[in-house]
Design a protein around this ligand. Structure first.
Ligand SMILES: N[C@@H](CCC(=O)N[C@@H](CS)C(=O)NCC(=O)O)C(=O)O
Length: 218
């Protein structure tokens, strides 16, 4: 075992992309699932959570919090964060766009599904799908930046997976670059194995919501 440990809930939330990135860059890891309030309280009182929040990644003798910091650490370590400052900046720009795109979708089941999907159809899809489709058209490589997969592409596949899961693949109709992006990325060997493997979490369900509420005292 590599000793790498991801602490979060047994659900997607802010950890799912970290799980995907760890898998993609080839780092084996174990997961610790928070189930009780006392567990997060212990991490807090031990000083393990800088902002009192999870996810927490223990790796290379460090404890890293903040999902963006964790993902960038993994991206740099795995060589998927560009070859120079300009590329990394472009990756950041697009990656942050994927976070804005994905954010409202992560709340599925914490809010009524119909409301989230209605807002997604009215606001998120028309705002973000054309932009990402256009960027892919411009690079022509099948990736958002450069000629190989970067953190930005991992960031984009997360909301696309959620949308296709909830709305079907017709959600990408009219966006040919995104259709082939979706197909290519999900058939990448490492990503395909992640999607059917033990680190991939199922759709949020009531048990997950109850656990989060209990642990965080919501
Ligand atoms: N900006 C942080 C936000 C993390 C966050 O909101 N974590 C939630 C669980 S999803 C949490 O631990 N909340 C407890 C709290 O805020 O006290 C990140 O991206 O990691």
């Amino acid at each position: 075992m590599s000793g790498v440990k991801l602490v979060y809930f047994n659900g997607r939330g802010k950890a799912e992309l970290i799980r995907l990135a760890l898998t993609y860059v080839g780092i084996e890891f174990e997961e610790v699932y928070l189930k009780e309030k006392s567990e997060i309280e212990k991490l807090r009182s031990d000083g393990d959570l800088l902002f009192q929040q999870v996810p927490l990644l223990e790796i290379d003798g460090k404890r890293i919090v903040q999902s963006g910091a964790i993902l960038r650490y993994l991206a740099r370590r795995g060589g998927i964060y560009g070859n120079n400052n300009d590329e990394s900046t472009r990756i950041d720009e697009l990656f942050e766009g994927t976070r804005d795109f994905c954010g409202p979708l992560l709340g599925m089941i914490f809010r009524p599904e119909e409301d989230v999907l209605k807002e997604a159809k009215e606001k998120l899809l028309p705002r973000y799908l054309p932009v990402f489709n256009k960027v892919l058209e411009e690079t022509g490589s099948g990736y958002l930046v450069g000629k190989s997969l970067t953190l930005a592409d991992l960031g984009l596949i997360e909301p696309l997976l959620i949308l296709v899961e909830y709305l079907g693949d017709q959600v990408l109709t009219g966006y040919p670059q995104l259709q082939s992006f979706y197909k290519n990325i999900t058939s990448d060997e490492k990503i395909a194995s992640f999607l059917v493997g033990p680190h991939r979490k199922p759709k949020n369900d009531q048990a997950y919501v109850d656990t989060v509420r209990r642990v965080l005292n919501w």
